[in-house]
Design a protein around this ligand. Structure first.
Ligand code: ZN
Ligand code: ZN
Ligand code: ZN
Ligand code: ZN
Length: 220
């Protein structure tokens, strides 16, 4: 009733302006009821957010398979980082294959050179038991391709020693400490000393040397 109507015959209340009477009589200062409150411009809401789905990498088994592939590749490289040469598939000594060792007449898995693929039966290569275990775990090299495990070269092959437990090659001068003369009897590299000697020590309690000869000492 008060605010909007203007009666020309009624003088405006002093001090009241044209607005309605103040709600708070004691309030000082002018009152501007018509003043719209300052409303900050409304920000437009962000555009509808498309939920970002991570790109599918396939089922986790795929990643596992890739990982397995990487692991497999480690064993499929030669010492120089090249791909393993495919096995020739026959024994270079008896000319038999994995199904038949022509010397023994039995099936025997072939060992193949990572560098050239030449293969042989472990018994034809006169491998020891430890060698048969070891050569499956690193890129074995045949006698023609043998490199020094420490310097990676095949130079000075007259200075190369072969480990009797893994058939790895080592220059006598690359060993730490170096040795001057080829050791008499069998020689094992440090890798194999750590591995096989400790294993033997833990598996076999120390016993006085008995008359039953150890199989390893059998000589031809
Ligand atoms: Zn053979
Ligand atoms: Zn070879
Ligand atoms: Zn060397
Ligand atoms: Zn060794």
């Amino acid at each position: 009733m008060f605010g909007g109507q203007h009666h020309p015959h009624m003088p405006p209340h002093p001090g009241m302006g044209h607005g309605p009477p103040p709600h708070h009589p004691g309030h000082p200062g002018p009152h501007h009821p018509g003043m719209p409150p300052h409303i900050p411009p409304q920000h437009h809401p962000p555009p509808p957010h498309h939920p970002q789905q991570p790109p599918h990498h396939g089922p986790p088994t795929m990643q596992q398979r890739q990982q397995q592939q990487i692991e497999a590749n480690k064993n499929n490289k030669t010492m120089s980082g090249k791909d393993r040469a495919p096995s020739l598939g026959y024994c270079d000594f008896c000319l038999g294959d994995a199904n038949e060792n022509k010397k023994t007449g039995t099936a025997e898995e072939l060992v193949s050179c990572a560098e050239c693929g030449r293969s042989g039966h472990p018994t034809c290569l006169q491998f020891t038991e430890n060698m048969i275990i070891s050569v499956k775990e690193y890129p074995w090299q045949c006698i023609e391709c043998k490199c020094c495990t420490l310097c990676g070269t095949s130079e000075n092959d007259d200075q190369l020693l072969f480990c009797d437990d893994c058939d790895r090659g080592y220059h006598m001068y690359c060993l730490v400490p170096p040795i001057k003369e080829p050791p008499e009897g069998s020689w094992s590299c440090k890798l194999c000393l750590d591995r096989f000697q400790q294993k033997a020590a833990t598996n076999r309690p120390p016993q006085p040397a008995a008359s039953n000869a150890a199989a390893a000492t059998a000589s031809s």
